[in-house]
Structures are given as structure tokens and as C-alpha cells.
Design a protein around this ligand. Sequence first.
Ligand code: 173
Length: 320
Amino acid sequence: MRSTFIAGVVVVLAASTAPAQEVTLRAVSSFAEGTEFSKNFERFIEKVNADGKGVVKINYIGGPRAMPPFEVGNAVRTKVVDIANVTGAFYTNLMPEADAWKLTERPMAEIRKNGGFDYMAKIYDQKMNAVFLARHVDDNPFHLYLNKKIDKPDLTGLKLRITPVYREFFQALGATVVQTAPGEVYTALERGVVDGYGWPITGIFDLGWHEKTKYRVDPGFYSAEVSILINKNSLAKLNDAQRKVILDAAAWIEAQASETAKENQADTARQKAAGIEVIDFKGADGEAWRAKAYEAGWAAIIKLSPEHGPKLKEYFSKAK
Ligand code: 173
């Protein structure tokens, strides 16, 4: 203990007198390396390492092979890692409100201005011991993918792979659900353990799921969120120059989140080419499908967080 304390004092003195040394931050991703929902995170790391040469460096430990996705949030909270790429649904055990990002119907630029971001930042501070740096995935709807045909918005009798993103919605329409990490979806489909799964419009090709998918249900719902978190103390310990490199790269990647919407079209076409048929709920059925998604989604957030849920709904929902 005593030596740790002295070492701490020495570090503080060194930081204030000597020229700052390069700081190395440890990072993990809850999505597989090189895949759709790690890509922008990896671009962020490249930019930090280029702009921060000799100042700050990110050591990318890797994806789910390095750490199970549902443990990543806690690893940031406890500073097992400094930085993480993760979606709110993967750490609802610590912060149920994080899953509300999927329900945003306004751009992040607006939410950063209307008070919603600051409101969430306080919850991140309290429950996650973390700072939310950037949302690099947005405008990317989720869909239900199936191997059994349905002809109306009724999921009775279906067993579906979920995360907290889809749980309440699919259950509200009668489905039985089983939660798995993305890395287990292929095997679950192959073995017939599930009849389908929830996932965004992009990314099903990364892990080969198109080989085991017959149908996609339209319309999509919600807006997928994947973001970069940093442990509060890891950020606080940086000097001004180091912090600037991190914050600038974060703003840069968040500003590009909507660009990925171009990939939505490309993946939609690729799914068609792969023979995935669309079950398209039109008119009233389509409206009911989406309305149920938002209704069940918000009801769950508000039930888990009666204090913050209603406020978040005001900040995040479409202006009426
Ligand atoms: O389906 C999932 O694993 C999930 O919750 C998610 C969230 C954001 C992006 C991709 C997947």
C-alpha cells in the first residue's frame, strides 16, 4: 500500500514538472475485430495513434476473444480497461438507461444540445464511472431475421435470439426469447435452437449468418447505437494535449456515424442477392409493428428506471 501511495505522488509530481511522457490506454471492443460495429472504433484508434504520436497511444487488445461482450461495460467501470467499444444493451445490468440510446429519434448533434446528452452523462458518471465519448453508429435500424415465415405482426410460437435491445418488443408479440452474444448466433441458427434473431440492417455477412437466414422482416425499428466509453479516471489523468487528441478524434468519428447509413442500402442489396426474402409489413401492419417496438422499448426503460426513463423519453423521442 505504502509504496503504491509513494509511486502515485511521484507520478503526480512528474506530470506537473517534467515534459509529459506518452500515455498508453488499453482498449477492447465488444464486437469482433474488423467487423461492422468495430470498424469505426478502429478508425478512431488509428486517428488517435496518428495524431497523438509521442503524446497518447491506444493499445487495442481486441474483441470478444479478449473479453466477453457482456463484461466490457464493467471492465470500463472498474478500469480493467481504459477505453471500450460497446452498445448500451451489453451493460444494462449496471445502467439500464444505456439501452435507451436505441430509442433516439433525433440526431446526436441535437441531443448534445437539448440537454439529453448531459443528462445521460451524469448517469454514466454515477453508474459507469465513465465518460461517453462518441456514438459512432446511428441511423441504422434493427430488424428481425427469421427462418420461419410469418404473415402478420405476431411472433407466437417463435424462439428468437435476443439481447436487451429486442427483448420486450419480441416478447410483447408472443415470442420466446434467448439471449446470446453475437458470437453464438451462427451456431444457434445452425442447430435450430432459434427460429431467428434480432440484428441491425448491416453486418449479418461478417459472421456468415446469411447462410442460415431465410427471411428479413421489414420495416426496421429503432436506431442501433455503438459507442466509445472511457473510464472517468483514465480521462481525468490525461494532460490537456492528450485529452485534446482523444476528444477531437471522438468528435470526428461521431460526426461520421450517419455516413454508415450508405452501407444500409449496400447490405440490403447484398441480402437480396444472397436470397434472403423480405417479409414486408405494409400499411397498418407496418405501423403497428413499429409502434409496438417503441411502446415496448420505452415501457421497459421506464419500468427499470422510473426516475430517469420519462426524462430520457422527452429528450430522445421525435418532437411532437
Ligand atoms: O443484437 C445485438 O447483439 C445488439 O444488441 C446490437 C446492438 C448494436 C449493434 C449491433 C448489435
